[in-house]
Design a protein around this ligand. Structure first.
Ligand code: GLN
Length: 247
C-alpha cells in the first residue's frame, strides 16, 4: 500500500493534471501495489503517513485561494521530504512549493519553501511543447516530454538542482536553460500534459521512492511494455524539437 496525499484537487487540476494520479495508480497496480489516494483540501491534516504528495497546476486565481493554506504546511512538507517521501508538483503547485509567487496582478502569494526558488509573473506567457534531458540518478540520462503554459518566471537559487536541461522549450524562465527543480525525492516542474502518461520512467521513479518511504527498501520494478507511452513521448518530443529553442 502506498499512501498518496493529493493536495487541493478541486482547485489545482488544470489540463487534467489529475491524469498523473491515474498513471501512478495503474503502474502501481501492475506491480501488485495499491495506491490509496486521499484528497486534501484546505485545513485537512498532512501527516507523516503519506509516501507521495501530489500537487497539480492552476491559474493565479485558484493559487491565491489555497496559497496561505499550502504555505502553512511548510513544516510537515519539509519533514516528508527529509524522510524521503516522493513529491510531484506541477506548474501552479510547483510555483507555490517555492518560497513565493508574485502573480500577474502583482500580488505576493506565500510559498511552502520545499524548493529553493522564487517565481515572478512576466508579461508574455511561455506556451508550447517542451523536451528536457534529465539525470536524476548519476549516469542515468532520461528525457522528459511535456507541455508548458505559464506566465511565471522561476529563478532557482545558485545551489538548487533543476529537474533537467531544456533541449527545446522555455523551461523555468526562458533564459537559464533549465526546467523544474529537484530536492531529494521531490520534483517540481512546469510540464503539464499530463506529464506522466508520456514519461512513464518518471512515474516509476516516484513510485519506487514512495515504496521505499513505506518499507525502508527500494524495490526494483519489472519493465512494462509501454509501447503507447513510448509513442506518445516520441510525438511530444518531435513537436518540441520542431518548435525549437526559447524566446
Ligand atoms: N498561474 C501560473 C502561471 O501562469 C501557473 C499556471 C499553470 O498552472 N498553468 O505562471
Amino acid at each position: 500500500m502506498i499512501r498518496v496525499a493529493h493536495l487541493y484537487p478541486d482547485y489545482l487540476n488544470i489540463y487534467a493534471d489529475r491524469g498523473n494520479i491515474a498513471v501512478l495508480d495503474r503502474r502501481a497496480a501492475w506491480r501488485g501495489l495499491t495506491l490509496e489516494v486521499t484528497p486534501l483540501g484546505v485545513g485537512a491534516p498532512l501527516t507523516s503517513e503519506y509516501d507521495l504528495v501530489y500537487v497539480g497546476g492552476g491559474q493565479d486565481r485558484e493559487q491565491a485561494l489555497i496559497a496561505p493554506d499550502l504555505a502553512s504546511r511548510a513544516e510537515p512538507l519539509a519533514e516528508l521530504v527529509r524522510t524521503g517521501a516522493a513529491v510531484l508538483a506541477v506548474c501552479g503547485g510547483y510555483q507555490l512549493l517555492g518560497r513565493g509567487y508574485r502573480d500577474v496582478a502583482g500580488e505576493d502569494l506565500p510559498g511552502a519553501g520545499v524548493f529553493p526558488l522564487v517565481t515572478v509573473a512576466g508579461e508574455r506567457r511561455m506556451i508550447g511543447d517542451v523536451l528536457l534531458e534529465c539525470e536524476l540518478d548519476a549516469g542515468e540520462k532520461r528525457t522528459v516530454a511535456g507541455f508548458e503554459n505559464h506566465a511565471g518566471r522561476t529563478v532557482l537559487d545558485d545551489t538548487a538542482e533543476p529537474l533537467g536541461r531544456v533541449v527545446a522549450g522555455f523551461g523555468n524562465d526562458g533564459e537559464s536553460g533549465y526546467e523544474g527543480c529537484r530536492v531529494g525525492n521531490a520534483v517540481g516542474t512546469y510540464l503539464h500534459g499530463p506529464l506522466l502518461p508520456r514519461n512513464p520512467w518518471l512515474a516509476d521513479w516516484l513510485l519506487m521512492r514512495a515504496v521505499e518511504h513505506r518499507t525502508g527498501e527500494r524495490p526494483v520494478f519489472d519493465a512494462l511494455p509501454d509501447e503507447l507511452e513510448r509513442a506518445a513521448h516520441a510525438v511530444s518530443a518531435d513537436r518540441a524539437r520542431a518548435r525549437g529553442g526559447r524566446f
